[in-house]
Design a protein around this ligand. Sequence first.
Ligand code: PMP
Length: 343
Amino acid sequence: MKLTDLVRPNILTLKPYSSARDEFHGEASVFLDANENPLNNPYNRYPDPLQRALKQRVAAIKGVSADQLFFGNGSDEPIDLVFRIFCNPGVDNVVAIDPTYGMYKVCADINDVTYKTVHLNPDFSLDASRLLAATDEQTKVIFLCSPNNPTGNDLDTQAVKQVLDTFGGITVIDEAYVDFADRPSYLKVLDQYPNLIVLQTFSKAWGMASVRLGMAFANPAIIRFFNTVKYPYNINLLTQRFVSEALEQANQTRQWVAMLVAERAVIAKELARLPLIKQIYPSDANFVLVKVDDPNAVYAYLVDKGIVVRNRHTVTLCQGCLRITVGTPEENKQLLDALAAYA
Ligand code: PMP
């Protein structure tokens, strides 16, 4: 489907807010255009609304052009924007895998958009034909999350390709955990699929969850809609500067990822020895999902020891499951020792 047939009519014709920094960006010696306080430099000034300097640098690292990149206040912001740009409230629907990351449904509910789910197979693999069969004329968006949260597995690339090749609407692939997976990002096929949106974040591998910087990658026509709908100054100066400096430590990020992936294997191996653990699901992310007989009791036991994991017992297909984030080697040892002592 053409982008103009997918975007909500009111967004297609939207005249976006034009900020002072949109109307003039460049060098000048006296800025009297934005009703800023002239004192307390540099915090007195509004930040670049399009984060041009940071975008150039991140785009180069990611191997895309800057106009294929949108920055949000976490990747949660572009998730919400997808609904606001493409889905007519009370009319359109989206289709998502189940279980998956909870914010897609929350954003659908906030935006009054029907959220249709298709269960993953019991081994958490994706049945693309079943997913596609759940779409209809009013389906604007399919949400895929790979590696998936909370299951941890990467979705089969052939199944994802089938969705991309067949679905006429927007496909979102949330790659928050891609750095921990053993495959290249779907960014490499961005140019082949004009209706593909890939989400990534600085919250996981880069260790900057508190900084709130998420990325949406898509063709420039989609990125333009993100830019017209977002709040004018959605990314603050501190975040832009901090991340710009942190990009220098890409090597450290790679080392962190290598350590966490190695620790993930250690945890999986050690957990497998414990009679308490009934199943460990394979993970391509920085967490592992495990099944136990009494998840509520194990959860409470660990909290009592000062260790907090995520109880996913009530989530679709995850009965009896706890989700355990990979920590430092010391933290993981504490967890394993505590579980080994569980009576
Ligand atoms: N996508 C997935 C799959 C996640 O698990 C999370 C956070 N847990 C996010 C997106 C949101 O991340 P952030 O807003 O920090 O970028």
